[in-house]
Write a protein that binds this ligand. Structure first.
Ligand code: 5RP
Length: 263
């Protein structure tokens, strides 16, 4: 692997333990002013000391994050539809590799829709991005988005994740499901999990812990952090699971302790 690609990957996946806490705040690209991110900068800046990577759009980055901030950026480069669309997630490129490099991104993220009527569109756009990714040494994260009509199970996640890796993804982002080992065993590149809809803090910590136990290398989590009753405490609890091997209960105790301190 080229030096530049390896160097950028090491900014996303921490070489110390091979794990990562990615903070996902790209939701506005299809959901607009998502709850918790109405003022993205106000929410995100206090979380940055505890995140390994920040995933967001170019507009989110330019408008809300100062350029002197010390955080590797994963740039959301797929989009083009909104939650109001009949073809949600029929995504194309919303930023190209030149823009990613201009923004000094450590990586780019693109959603693929395996199994959708328009899967060919997303997979071909994704493959084009992979060519640019290899040309310029910028790693690509494939986000295996799941359509409403598709099963959210290990068989589907395994299929989508393996296709992403076969097409050239450096990292796969997918959803945690039962029998997650099956997804890990059949995916030759590192896997991170998305958080999904907001759950009680202990459940989200348990999900992260179970994913890591099954072989995931970390999380790319959004709502379960920024919609928590205490986002700064929650990201530290997630970090304790990912980097300090805390059990879910230990991490939840840490969350409650930190929450008390900020009251
Ligand atoms: C959408 C995304 C989001 O970044 C992803 O869903 C992570 O956020 P959350 O933890 O809130 O699900 O990639 O396709």
């Amino acid at each position: 692997m080229d030096w530049g690609m390896q160097n950028r990957l090491s900014k996303i996946i921490k070489p110390k333990d091979g794990r990562t806490v990615m903070l996902a705040v790209d939701h506005g690209y299809f959901m607009g002013p998502t709850t918790g991110l109405e003022d993205l900068g106000k929410m995100v800046n206090p979380l940055l000391p505890y995140a390994d990577t920040l995933m967001l759009t170019r507009g989110g980055l330019r408008n809300y994050i100062s350029p002197d901030v010390d955080i590797p950026i994963v740039l959301r480069v797929s989009g083009g539809t909104s939650i109001l669309s009949k073809e949600l997630l029929r995504e194309g490129m919303i930023a190209n590799m030149e823009e990613a490099i201009r923004l000094n991104a450590a990586g780019v993220a693109f959603s693929i829709m395996v199994g959708a009527d328009f899967e060919r569109d997303t997979l071909l756009h994704f493959s084009k991005l992979i060519d640019d990714s290899n040309r310029y040494g910028v790693p690509t994260i494939a986000v295996t988005a799941v359509g409403k009509e598709m099963a959210r199970d290990a068989r589907y996640m395994s299929l989508a994740s393996r296709i992403a890796a076969e097409l050239g993804a450096n990292i796969v982002k997918t959803y945690f499901v039962e029998n997650f080992e099956q997804v890990i065993e059949t995916c030759p590149v590192p896997v991170v999990i998305a958080g999904g809809k907001k759950q009680p803090e202990l459940d989200a910590l348990k999900m992260a812990h179970d994913a890591l136990s099954a072989g995931a290398i970390g999380v790319d989590m959004g709502r379960n952090i920024f919609q928590s009753e205490d986002p700064v405490a929650m990201i530290q609890a997630v970090r304790a699971v990912v980097h300090e091997n805390h059990t879910p209960q230990e991490a939840f105790d840490k969350f409650n302790e930190l929450k008390k301190q900020t009251k």
